[in-house]
Design a protein around this ligand. Structure first.
Ligand SMILES: Cc1cc2nc3c(=O)[nH]c(=O)nc-3n(C[C@H](O)[C@H](O)[C@H](O)COP(=O)(O)OP(=O)(O)OC[C@H]3O[C@@H](n4cnc5c(N)ncnc54)[C@H](O)[C@@H]3O)c2cc1C
Ligand SMILES: C[S@@+](CC[C@H](N)C(=O)[O-])C[C@H]1O[C@@H](n2cnc3c(N)ncnc32)[C@H](O)[C@@H]1O
Length: 638
């Protein structure tokens, strides 16, 4: 379902109003006062979050984010606040960024926080969006879409709920029995709720879902409000044990390992990072420029939703790193994906119409417009991803490690021969038998090298050789955007354009091959007619890398299965895992698309934070999926 932004409307008195629901967004007396009295105090805050590691709030309707801003401000003002605050919210009709700015301008006390929220405000695309705010200490996980879908798909344990829809009579679907049951399912032991509504249907619905409620003094014109607490015995849901020692051993310093190191460092972990190469970003992640963009589909399938989430998060991660003083060599110059023929062009147009995503994210352009964008002749029209572009992977590695700072102890030039588990955790052992690092948690981020570890023998990581060609280019020449069609060509970066790439499974040849350059030039010629004629395959330079591919083209993110314990049922939850052993691999031809989101997902899993991906997508990337459904043998492609 496309996301239709909310219209900015006000009542004659200036209160934020929705004509679609014929109701106001907040108490006409004072939005901030309502947030403080009803939602914050109504949930026993700030006291309940004090001295805790983390506190998680779930809200039903995000609206203009006024409750969120008030909560964030209250948390900042509290010297005894929890270390990390998680706010999860759902919104079917989000405001456009510029409207949010106009709304927030009426609360100057929040100016700095509101500006930070607006700066990270996501592209209004369906699904989950993870915003890391306030130096990573405040996390907003925002589901854009219907709350019933969002609450069914979100993976989180809430300590408190804000029930804030429009009036139940005008907005019944946000106060339904289904919503209340979903909230109960997401509740941590002792979870509380608060809402301004005391409607009988709300109290009854909450009671049926297992919440005890009582009426207390309301705010403004409302005499009463509702407070509640989950009544069920907490035995069934003992909270997951928090990590005791925040210390991880990460094998591999490509984009998988480096982005993870940064995410863990921000959460207060120590990281021992070990790589066989002399420096970060020397394996598959060593290219001059790669493409970071989504892959939409007519049915918005898993690949489509995952690449959209990964691309949006990837660009937000790059912006965050830059804002913290760690710029990544990259340019969101836009990506043109040209159709291979008229039939595909029509299909691409249909995808754009069906998904109805914001045009700055995905648009359809005909051949004439595509040529204008590219600045040269193109073979066809197709998709225009104006917010996408190219990224230099080694620079992403370097910026991530710089941001992680002294939390990372890196050892380069150290090939790990094997991993061994003992009572303390995992040890990385080199060829002479000595242990070079040890930690309770180990993450295999070794690209195709994952295949060399016995403990990961059940993971079907496949090596896919890729050769990229470097075409000499002058600054400012066309194309100034990335162009794709079968292959891709980047704008000029440091005097060359990257054109690629070949894809050959189980081919270990590290030498550059003229035939592969010729292949890349053929693809180039097919998208930009005549462009390749000035280059000779025999004289080009380039780079060879080995992609860690996966049979279903989806990454492997999470805990590694224990192959010695066959699952009793063909379900992910029934698959036994090796304690403390995790993997980040299988990134295939889309490492830039997966890396930042995968790192955030694994770091969130390790910390038992709310997850940044919906449940179905977490399951799609779970490494144990190959135990439940062994991969079909057959062709592996990009
Ligand atoms: C030609 C080519 C073009 C590509 N184009 C794009 C693109 O346009 N867009 C995109 O998103 N992706 C692209 N990719 C894919 C992307 O580059 C990869 O998916 C990504 O780099 C994989 O990152 P990684 O960290 O998993 O692996 P790597 O970067 O290979 O890192 C793994 C690291 O582990 C280390 N290691 C391995 N074994 C051991 C061991 N036993 N002990 C210690 N260290 C070990 C290695 O030295 C290496 O540094 C391309 C890849 C290639 C090859
Ligand atoms: C009262 S307003 C919330 C105000 C908000 N909490 C704030 O602090 O600004 C209710 C919000 O719920 C949203 N909403 C209504 N029905 C919804 C649904 N089924 N799923 C998701 N959001 C919904 C509305 O679009 C609206 O933004």
């Amino acid at each position: 379902m496309p996301i239709i932004p909310a219209r900015l409307e006000r009542t004659p008195d200036g209160v934020l109003y929705s004509s679609a629901f014929d109701d106001v967004y907040h108490s006409p007396e004072d939005a901030l006062g309502q947030a403080r009295h009803v939602f914050i105090a109504g949930n026993g805050l700030p006291e309940r979050w004090q001295r805790r590691e983390r506190f998680t709030l779930i809200e039903t309707g995000f609206g203009a984010g006024l409750n969120f801003l008030a909560t964030w401000a209250a948390w900042r003002d509290d010297p005894l606040r929890c270390a990390r605050l998680h706010f999860v919210s759902c919104e079917r009709q989000p405001f456009l960024r510029e409207d949010l700015a106009l709304i927030h301008a009426r609360w100057p006390a929040f100016a700095a926080l509101a500006a930070e929220l607006q700066a990270q405000w996501p592209v209004l695309a369906p699904g989950l969006h993870r915003l890391n705010l306030d130096g990573g200490r405040v996390t907003l996980t925002l589901f854009l879409g219907d709350a019933a879908d969002g609450l069914a798909q979100v993976v989180a344990r809430a300590d408190a709920f804000y029930l804030d829809g429009f009036a139940p009579a005008k907005n019944p679907d946000l106060w339904s029995a289904r919503i209340f049951h979903l909230l109960a399912r997401l509740a941590a032991p002792g979870a509380t709720l608060a809402t301004w509504s005391v409607a009988g249907s709300v109290r009854e619905g909450l009671r049926r879902a297992g919440f005890e409620t009582d009426k207390v003094r309301g705010f403004g014109g409302k005499w009463q409000m509702l407070r509640g607490r989950l009544a069920r015995a907490a035995a069934e849901d003992a909270p997951p044990a928090a990590p005791t020692a925040r210390h991880a051993l990460v094998i591999g310093a490509g984009i998988a390992g480096c982005t993870l190191a940064e995410r863990l460092a921000e959460r207060g972990w120590r990281i021992d990072l070990v790589d066989a190469a002399a420096a970060p970003g020397q394996g598959a992640s060593g290219n001059l420029a790669g493409v970071l963009r989504p892959l939409p589909s007519l049915d918005d399938n898993r690949m489509s939703r995952l690449t959209r989430a990964g691309s949006l998060h990837g660009w937000r991660n790059i912006a965050n790193l830059a804002a913290r003083g760690f710029p990544v060599r990259s340019d969101a110059c836009g990506v043109l994906h040209l159709a291979r023929d008229a039939a595909q062009q029509a299909k691409m147009r249909a995808v754009v119409e069906r998904l109805a995503l914001p045009p700055e994210h995905l648009a359809y352009v005909d051949e004439t417009r595509a040529a204008q964008i590219a600045g040269c002749a193109v073979a066809a029209g197709g998709w225009w991803f104006a917010g996408s572009g190219w990224v230099q992977p080694p620079s992403l590695c370097a910026a991530s490690l710089a941001a992680a700072g002294s939390s990372v102890r890196a050892q380069f030039g150290r090939p790990v021969a094997r991993l061994q588990r003992d009572a303390e955790g995992w040890r990385a052992i080199v060829a002479d038998g000595s242990t070079i690092a040890a930690a309770p948690v180990v993450v295999l981020a070794a690209g195709v090298g994952v295949r060399d570890f016995d403990v990961a023998s059940g993971l079907p990581v496949v090596s896919a050789r890729g050769q990229v060609s470097h075409l000499p280019a002058s600054p400012g020449t066309a194309p100034k955007v990335v162009v794709c069609r079968g292959g891709y060509v980047s704008p000029e970066v440091d005097g060359v354009r990257c054109a690629g790439a070949t894809f050959a499974v189980d081919d270990d040849d590290t030498a550059l091959r003229a035939a592969d350059h010729a292949d890349n030039l053929d693809k180039l010629d097919a998208m930009l007619p005549g462009f390749a004629s000035g280059f000779s395959a025999a004289r080009l330079s380039g780079r060879v890398g080995f992609r860690p591919a996966s049979p279903d083209r989806l990454p492997m993110i999470g805990a590694v299965a224990d192959a010695s314990v066959p699952p009793l049922k063909p379900e992910l939850a029934a698959v036994a895992r090796q304690p403390g052993l995790y993997v980040l691999s299988g990134y295939g031809a889309r490492g830039l698309v997966w890396s930042a989101l995968a790192a955030e997902l694994l770091a969130s899993q390790l910390e038992h934070d709310p997850l940044p991906l919906t449940r179905d997508l977490c399951e799609a990337v779970d490494p144990a999926r190959f135990v439940v459904r062994p991969p079909a043998t057959g062709r592996i492609d990009e």
